[in-house]
Unconditional design. Structure first.
Lengths: 270, 237, 439
């Protein structure tokens, strides 16, 4: 009887019982010149869950995240082997349009990086370059919808013409999230989105991530284990370029099966 | 599970160590309390029994301290995985030990009452039962100190012996009381003492389960089932 | 130090050490020494600044002192009778069609000589080129023919200089540079009130001349402007595109490294080499017109280009990578990233670099000398292929001239050049502040 109860609690924490796999990676190796940054990483990212990548600095988690929308292409010396698929389609194959891929797999960065343009233009930029709005009214609707979904509408609606860089750090990061969701992506990658924010702003972003869950497949890299525990349903632990363990967040944080994971999570690493 | 490498933050280790030693201290006290209470009972020593009653306050104080420290560690260190399991286990074990202490105190109270009454025959089983229970408490604390899930499992299995003691004592006391109504008062006291010992045994089992979960991350009840499924899959393959 | 190498951990060593005595004599002496060296460096820096400022003040002072009078000129009042017979113009024909051409061919020099003699001071007072003033008057109003009028015309350089007190009249004859007749004539005219000194519009509006009182800076200034226009039009886009390509698109390999090193070296090449290059390629090989702003502009563009590339690359590099990431992250193509994000942010830096490069080009003399822009040009250039000279070359030419009157012209030309440079730098600062954005 006791075990039945325990089982149902775990099920409630991992909201999605039936998951659809959005992205898969198989045997991904990444090299920067001669140095291997990632070794044989294989992972499935589901649509319904928030997936967190944790691990010490330089473990390859950000590298892997940047492989998922080919942001690593901008690094001349980077070489990616293996396959990463988005809805079954290999994103590294020849005919893949990187520009379109990045629209489908959006990204939010560590440091809030709004364009030095107005709040409106920040959000409208993506839809504009992808031609998602036919009229000004369409664009207004996209901007409002994105800001609303990012929980920023009430704070921003009266100052849409002001520069995005004039906002507070937390607002800037939510603006960046609004900018990412304005192009209606399928996956949102977040690279330590709260590392530059105070706890209140962090909590707002975490709440936002929870609200966006399900609508977008979300992958978040974080140094803050508590944050990974709070926002994610699935957690992958990276160490020295390998993915050591991948499983339900509740399991990783109460009963990790790998000693390296346990040592890292309990603060015994190194 | 002897792989407890130290934390990067040394004082974290100190905190956990302090908490564990508090629990060990409580456990040692409980064990001594059980033995002393039964001792007072067999020797019909009302004074010794009262001493046991007085000592219980120390266990209560230690529990308060352990609880405070555990909460402080949770708040300040945000423990995870093994640490979290261990600290939660400590928190729970401390309250269980406090209960065990209460039972020992209760036994001592009844011992002082029984000292005034005439000795009755089934008395002789109680020290034997108490010995088994005291060993269970001792072993489960050893298992806690060594983080030894096997020993904890062994303690769980020993609970049946205590239950058997209790049933037989229950039956003999029942017949004893039916024989002579004058025996009812001491027999009832003795029955409660036996019940207390049985409860202590149950609590020791609980502690063993916590120690096991803390050390392995699996509940004891999960384990056989897990093994079953493992067999089933290997058989299917 | 020996204790550090012991096997004991450093923290223990630190703990067992005696606490540092922060108020002990050794520490006090150290602190005193630190304050002393700070004091010395602070005031050494200040002294250097003062010396530099003195140099600058000295430079500006001498130039302004010598050059200020170059902006003033002395006129003499003459009475002129526009006698058609001296002019050789038929009064009736001048009023008809084609009269202007007829007037232009008139003998105004003769008229002026008559007027000059009319002053009756026994020497030539009026400038040789002053007849132009008379002609302009008649062209403006043909009805003047046959009438008598008084008007102010420029004096000869010597009278101008006498009026400004540039001669040391107490010196010996051969040393003072002006003869007794001139001095006597000057004194006489002065007492008759026929001389006046005013602002020298001629200097600002005309081109070079052999006579100092008629020489102007506008020809050279316009030559410089035309040259810089060519330089800007050529080197700015080419420089920016080269910078963008090298920074944003070029693969990092040996070829691009070589290009990079070459461009950096190009910026350090002495300008006269560019002049030789211009002479060899543009004049001798391509047969382009000598002394023309277009050739000067091409040559200076070669020289300015590496400066713009370097400034552009630095400015592009200074754009935070996070902006690039942000744009790429929403699916912008590399070209969109460059033109919609990087370039607007880098523009103030690029513009500043460009203007400083242009200012350097404006002050450049050596390459222009080699491609013939040192010619004596009396016409104000009206096109890119007209013969022209440039401001610094004009300074160079005038400083070389033997005529006494050119001394102040040289300084005045330097003032004009400096004003141009200051204007350009102001524009650079304005642009930087205007477009600079914070992120």
């Amino acid at each position: 009887m006791a075990d039945l109860n325990a089982g149902s609690v775990v099920a409630a924490r991992n909201a999605a019982d039936v998951v659809t796999t959005k992205m898969t990676a198989r045997n991904v190796n990444v090299y920067y010149g001669a140095k291997q940054a990632l070794k044989d990483v294989s992972i499935d990212v589901s649509q319904e869950n928030v997936t967190a990548f944790i691990g010490p600095s330089g473990c390859g988690k950000s590298t892997f995240l940047r492989c998922m929308n080919r942001m690593n292409d901008t690094v001349a010396s980077a070489r990616v082997e293996g396959e990463i698929k988005l809805d079954g389609e290999d994103i590294y194959k020849g005919g893949m349009d990187v520009v379109q891929l990045r629209a489908r797999v959006g990204m939010v960065f560590q440091k809030p990086n709004p364009f030095p343009k107005s709040i409106y233009d920040n959000v409208a930029y993506g839809p504009r370059i992808h031609g998602l709005a036919a009229t000004k009214a369409d664009m207004d609707a996209i901007v409002e919808g994105s800001l609303r979904r990012a929980g920023l509408w009430d704070e921003a609606k009266d100052r849409l013409g002001e520069s995005g860089t004039a906002m507070s750090g937390g607002q800037q990061q939510r603006l960046c999230i609004a900018r990412a969701i304005a192009v209606d992506p399928e996956v949102i990658l977040m690279d330590e989105p709260c590392s530059a924010l105070d706890p209140i702003a962090t909590a707002k972003i975490e709440e936002l991530i929870d609200e966006l869950r399900g609508r977008y497949a979300i992958v978040i890299v974080t140094h803050n284990m508590q944050q990974a525990a709070r926002v994610s349903q699935k957690t992958a632990f990276f160490h020295l370029g390998t993915m050591v363990e991948y499983g339900d967040t509740s399991m990783i944080f109460t009963n990790p099966s790998e000693p390296r994971t346990k040592d890292y999570i309990t603060g015994r690493y190194g | 599970m002897a792989d407890q490498t130290s934390h990067t933050v040394k004082s974290y280790d100190d905190d956990i160590h302090q908490l564990r030693s508090l629990i060990s201290q409580m456990g040692g006290l409980c064990e001594a309390q059980i033995i002393d209470a039964i001792d007072a009972l067999t020797r019909r020593d009302a004074e010794a029994a009262l001493k046991v009653v007085a000592t219980d306050a120390r266990i209560d104080a230690l529990e308060g301290e352990a609880e405070k420290l555990a909460i402080q560690i949770i708040a300040l260190r945000a423990p995870m995985a093994t640490d979290l399991r261990e600290i939660v286990a400590c928190l729970k074990i401390s309250s269980v030990l406090e209960r065990i202490g209460d039972y020992a105190k209760n036994i001592a109270k009844r011992a002082s009452a029984l000292a005034q009454a005439a000795p009755i025959e089934p008395m002789v089983i109680v020290p034997e039962m108490a010995r088994v229970v005291a060993v269970m408490v001792k072993d489960v604390l050893d298992a806690f100190v060594d983080r030894d899930p096997e020993l904890a499992l062994a303690v769980c299995q020993r609970d049946q012996t205590v239950d058997n003691f209790y049933s037989s004592l229950f039956r003999s006391l029942l017949t004893f009381m039916m024989e002579n109504p004058h025996h009812i008062t001491p027999s009832t006291h003795l029955l409660f003492i036996a019940k207390n010992l049985e409860r202590i045994g149950d609590h020791a089992t609980n502690v063993a389960e916590m120690v096991h979960y803390s050390a392995t991350g699996h509940l004891i009840s999960e384990r056989p089932r897990g093994d079953d499924t493992a067999f089933a899959t290997s058989a299917a393959a | 130090m020996a204790s550090m190498s012991a096997s004991r951990p450093a923290t223990e060593t630190l703990a067992s050490k005696a606490p540092t005595d922060w108020s002990g004599p050794a520490m006090t002496a150290r602190i005193k020494g630190r304050y002393r060296s700070e004091f010395v460096f602070k005031y050494a820096g200040l002294a250097a600044l003062v010396v530099a400022a003195l140099f600058l003040v000295f430079l500006l002072f001498t130039i302004v002192r010598d050059g200020a009078s170059g902006f003033r000129s002395t006129d003499v009042k003459v009475t002129v009778t526009y006698d058609p017979t001296i002019l050789g113009i038929d009064q009736a024909a001048a009023k008809g069609p084609g009269g202007k051409q007829l007037i232009e061919q008139g003998n105004f020099q003769g008229l002026l000589t008559t007027a000059d003699t009319g002053l009756g001071v026994g020497t030539n007072v009026v400038s040789e080129g002053a007849w132009l003033v008379l002609r302009e008057a008649v062209i403006a109003d043909p009805s003047l023919l046959g009438k008598t009028a008084t008007l102010w015309v420029p004096t000869r350089s010597n009278f101008d200089l006498l009026a400004k007190g540039k001669f040391d009249l107490d010196a010996a004859d051969e040393a003072r540079g002006v003869n007794d007749a001139d001095i006597a004539a000057y004194r006489q005219l002065e007492s008759r009130g026929l001389l006046k000194t005013g602002f020298n519009w001629t200097f600002l509006t005309s081109a070079d001349s052999t006579t100092p009182e008629l020489a102007g800076i506008w020809g050279a200034a316009k030559g410089s402007l035309l040259t810089l226009l060519v330089t800007l039009v050529l080197s700015f886009p080419v420089g920016i595109f080269a910078a963008i390509y090298l920074e944003e698109f070029a693969p990092k390999n040996r070829w691009t490294d070589m290009v990079e090193v070459s461009i950096n070296n190009l910026a350090a090449v002495p300008s006269i080499i560019f002049g030789l290059l211009g002479l060899a390629v543009f004049l001798n090989f391509l047969n382009m017109p000598r002394s023309a702003p277009i050739v000067g502009g091409l040559t200076l563009a070669l020289m300015t280009f590496p400066v713009i590339v370097i400034a552009g690359r630095v400015a592009i590099k200074a754009v935070p990578p996070s902006i690039r990431d942000a744009a790429l992250g929403v699916g912008a193509s590399p070209v969109q990233v460059v033109f919609q994000h990087v370039l607007p942010l880098a523009l103030p830096g690029i513009l500043t670099g460009t203007i400083i490069g242009m200012a350097r080009a404006l002050g450049e003399t050596a390459p222009l000398l080699l491609i013939g822009m040192r010619a004596f040009v009396t016409e104000i250039p009206s096109g890119l292929s007209n013969p022209a000279t440039a401001l610094p070359v004009q300074v160079f030419l005038w400083s070389d001239d033997v005529a006494r009157g050119f001394v102040e012209k040289t300084s005045a030309a330097i003032i004009v050049l400096l004003i141009f440079l200051m204007l350009m730098n102001s524009v650079a600062i304005y642009l930087r502040n205007r477009f600079e954005r914070r992120w």
